[in-house]
Design a protein around this ligand. Structure first.
Ligand SMILES: Nc1nc2c(ncn2[C@@H]2O[C@H](COP(=O)(O)OP(=O)(O)O)[C@@H](O)[C@H]2O)c(=O)[nH]1
Ligand SMILES: [Mg+2]
Length: 282
């Protein structure tokens, strides 16, 4: 997901910034210094990327400016460079002349802020519901899209995705993938979950279900999605014998939230979890 967009002069002076998700585990100023210095060396119109831990800085240089997009390590150059190019062209078209004798007033770029907002919302965040058949993935997907859980149980055949937008997610668009969870589809999970930015591990809350999730789902997520944000939904909390979320969190070692996904009143809790994962509140 796109965390921020910056424009610097090659000299190192910042002229624009829009931060959607601040980095908690990174010295941003130091990282930007590095990137701007490197950006000044990039041939005009060329694209580069610098990776730091779970972060990436895509950048290009044009007409004496360095344009930077800060993302998670989950995004690819294919997704970002085209957008970076479009934003930098718009910026130069609009502001090259006014910037020649700019007085430092950042309000000059207010209009550019909405260009950046639109760019950010044009790149959906891939969030995948991952877990065995019957744990409640499709119910969770429907709960957030329709506001009510489905009445009939139809096993998901292969996979399905819906796009979510809304106030809770601010400028972001979320593409919520629901996997076919029947055991015979497990072989295709790696392709289906590839490049997920958010891994929502769904398990029922029975001791056996949690154990299977620990043995099979968790290692797969760790291996295939090392840079993704992960969270566990401990579903079916209403059933007798359900382990409590803190017990499940202890077993799985991933932040865990209890859920009754076939209860429409769970919707707000569920949306808040999604929102908090995206904005890195958890
Ligand atoms: N008791 C209970 N049943 C649930 C809950 N969530 C989903 N279900 C039911 O579990 C079954 C499987 O759900 P589904 O969402 O299709 O599972 P999926 O295979 O993971 O997509 C359906 O009959 C749902 O109504 C829950 O929190 N509690
Ligand atoms: Mg399903």
């Amino acid at each position: 997901m796109m965390r921020a967009v910056f424009v610097f002069k090659n000299s190192g002076e910042k002229v624009f910034e829009r931060i959607y998700i601040p980095a908690k585990d990174l010295d941003l100023e130091a990282a930007l210094k590095l990137v701007v210095a490197a950006g000044g060396q990039v041939r005009s119109g060329g694209f580069e990327v610098t990776e730091i831990h779970k972060h990436q800085f895509f950048y290009t240089s044009n007409e004496g400016y360095v344009f930077i997009v800060h993302t998670d390590r989950t995004n690819t150059a294919d997704e970002i460079n085209e957008r970076l190019l479009a934003m930098s062209s718009t910026f130069l078209q609009r502001y090259k002349e006014p910037l020649a004798n700019w007085n430092g007033d950042a309000s000059l770029f207010d209009g550019f802020g909405s260009v950046v907002d639109e760019t950010v919302s044009s790149l959906p965040i891939k969030a995948s519901l991952i877990g065995f058949g019957g744990v409640g993935k499709t119910t969770l997907q429907k709960l957030v899209s329709d506001g009510v859980p489905p009445q009939d149980y139809n096993p998901t055949f292969w996979g399905d995705r819906i796009l979510l937008r809304g106030e809770a997610f601010r400028t972001f668009t979320i593409s919520l993938f629901d996997l076919g969870g029947q055991d015979r589809f497990i072989g295709s999970w790696p392709q289906l979950i590839a490049r997920s930015e958010v891994a929502i591990i769904v398990t029922d809350s029975s001791p056996e279900g949690v154990e299977r999730t620990k043995d099979i789902v968790l290692p797969l997520v760790k291996e295939k999605l090392p840079y993704s944000r992960a969270v566990v939904i401990a579903n079916k909390q209403d059933l007798p014998g359900a382990l409590k979320p803190p017990e499940i969190e202890k077993i799985l070692g991933v932040k865990t939230f209890g859920m009754v996904s076939n209860d429409p009143s769970s919707r707000d809790t569920w949306i808040n979890i999604l929102k908090d994962v995206i904005f890195e509140k958890i």
